[in-house]
Design a protein around this ligand. Sequence first.
Ligand SMILES: [Zn+2]
Ligand SMILES: [Zn+2]
Length: 375
Amino acid sequence: MSGLGQGTGTRFGAGWISGVPAVTFAALAGGGVLCLLFPSLLTTPDARGHYPLGVVRFLIYAFLVAGFGLGTLSVLLRRAKALGLTALALATVATLLGGSGAAVGDVDGAAGYLGLDWFILNVLVLALLFVPMERLFARLPSQPIFRPGWQTDLAHFAASHLLVQLTVLLTLAPATLFFAWAVRPGLQQAVQSQPLLLQFVEIVVVADLAEYAVHRTFHRVPWLWRFHEIHHSAQVMDWLAASRLHLVDIVVTRGLSFVPLYVLGFSTPAVYAYLVFVSFHAVFIHANVRFRFRPIEWLVVTPRFHHWHHAAAPEAVDRNFAVHLPWIDRAFGTCYFPEGQWPAAYGLAGAPVPDGWVRQLVWPLRARGRRLDVA
Ligand SMILES: [Zn+2]
Ligand SMILES: [Zn+2]
């Protein structure tokens, strides 16, 4: 039995279960304070006018209280004090910067910004949804939340959200720069005159046909595979593993999938509904959950279908490219979906991709250089 301050590891009473949320809450509070102080630099222009300030200030206050309280508990329980002290330091800095009462800074119309608000919002919503879901309905119950590689995946998550200005710009670029000639006002009016639900279904089909083609190309072309290989380096499947994507993979896939939606001219509410759907569905299909959705698992991509896309088994390699609709893979002969089974292991043979966000960002370029050297 270990007494106060004797705990190690991650078991109950070792100060880990209090320390990790303490750091999380303190960091979120600190991020919130920074968003209040520097809205021009750290918040998304379209969103910044719509935040309910009272709720934001209450959440910062609550997270600071939680950060201080749980941080103190962790320092008392845990032999290694780093976790608890980090939480207390973050919470102290956030408080000194003004805490929940921090004055809202000026909006000066600067051209560039980081989507810190977008990152905090998404972390909160997705973690609140998926962490309990994966605890309650785990496919692999022994798999912890903080499994190997979680820091790398969180860094991918942070980067893609902080750089939202860049990724949105680059996502829209291929369509608007190269396909404006293909726009036919008559066709767009016909598309927009359809009911929203029908447009939504059409978007899912059209976008997934494009995603299928782009995804399969990423697997087929060696220098493109170097970028997509990052996504397949995940050896553990959960909601956070969905974020392990190279920035080039993100903007190329999104940009090319957007082209048909742009040309066909679907109405804005239908496109937004699809964006909300895809942002949850893309995370869900990676989650460590055992739901099978047996009646519709041949109709809509489920976690089991996409888990096979990540499977290490040779018979599953280069299979299941569709992101939403598994029958696309059936139609093109690239489906691998053994009845009722889950993969035994995930990732790439030989685990060639290093861990760490920066190393994975430069990996495709370095790997190609090495190949050229050999040649
Ligand atoms: Zn893939
Ligand atoms: Zn995936």
